[in-house]
Design a protein. Structure first.
Length: 299
């Protein structure tokens, strides 16, 4: 991949990435209700005669579904084709960003257009060497811009892999969950508690879903729980993991649920309702994770 390629890719900035279109449905209360139920969001602003749509629903109003998606533009196909020809045959979505300019309300008719906003210089990552491509979708009601959705991918040539077993992936630590991982480092499982209404919540969030209060403290979980549900992972295989293994949704005695691995019993012996107890498992010098062991009196 040469600098010449980078210049050719830059020429596609500002061109359409997808065929412009309109939302399949106006903003409406039933979809808002379904979204809030799925997300567990009881904010009163999203219900009643003066309801607004949750800002994070922005992309939901423009999705084409399984049978009504007109696809990428010729320019975007050409851009991806150039990358494929240069050996950047692999792709991974890296992140997305949304900006909200005004609330959407039931009855709003949505239109949108997507453009190639930027193509990065050549970058070398752990996955391989390639280019970050960012597309921007502008969402409008009438002529008014109401929000933007940026989506970024990395098109890359896969790096040559070492024969050594790869390390287990690290959790993503951000400002919203840093306190949880700090607790794990001290072998504590911390649950957020709203200081406004005392509702416990997990995973960690910047505000309370029940009352909207942004203030919180923590309580340490007792470590007792039960298997609320589970899956057995067989395929696809991931580096650093050896299938089959059980991944469970654990209901803690405090009433919140979390996803974790189940240890202490063969994967095919895990059952819903099994009592479990928290322990912390070290995977290497840096990585410590909470897991749940099947209690001896359950096997």
């Amino acid at each position: 991949m040469s600098d010449e390629l980078g210049g050719r890719l830059k020429a596609y900035e500002g061109r359409a990435a997808a065929v412009a279109g309109a939302g399949r449905d106006p903003v409406n209360l039933p979809m808002i209700r379904h979204w809030c139920e799925a997300m567990g969001d009881a904010n009163p602003a999203y219900a009643g005669p003066e309801a607004i749509a949750p800002p994070t629903m922005l992309q939901a109003w423009i999705m084409g579904g399984l049978t009504d998606h007109e696809g990428r533009s010729q320019a975007y196909d050409e851009l991806l084709g150039l990358l494929d020809e240069a050996g950047c045959t692999s792709v991974v979505a890296t992140d997305c960003e949304q900006e909200y300019l005004r609330p959407l309300r039931p009855g709003d008719e949505i239109t949108f257009g997507t453009m190639i906003e930027s193509v990065s210089e050549r970058k070398t990552t752990k996955l391989g060497t390639g280019y970050f491509v960012t597309t921007r979708t502008d969402v409008r009601v009438g002529r008014a811009l109401v929000g933007t959705h940026r989506f970024r991918i990395l098109k890359y040539a896969p790096a040559q892999r070492s024969q050594e077993p790869p390390p287990r992936p690290r959790p993503v630590v951000n400002r919203d969950n840093a306190g949880f991982w700090e607790g794990v480092r001290h072998r504590q499982l911390l649950i957020q508690r709203c200081t406004g209404c005392a509702t416990l919540r997990f995973p960690w969030l910047p505000g309370c879903n029940s009352c909207g209060c942004p203030d919180w403290d923590t309580v340490e979980a007792s470590g007792e729980g039960t298997v609320y549900s589970y899956v057995v992972m067989h395929h696809p295989p991931f580096p650093a993991f050896t299938p089959p293994y059980a991944v469970a949704l654990i209901e803690l005695s405090e009433g919140v649920r979390m996803i974790s691995n189940v240890v202490g019993a063969p994967y095919d012996k895990v059952r819903i309702g099994m009592p479990v107890r928290l322990e912390f498992q070290s995977y290497d010098e840096e990585l410590l994770l909470p897991v749940f062991r099947i209690r001896e009196d359950a096997t």
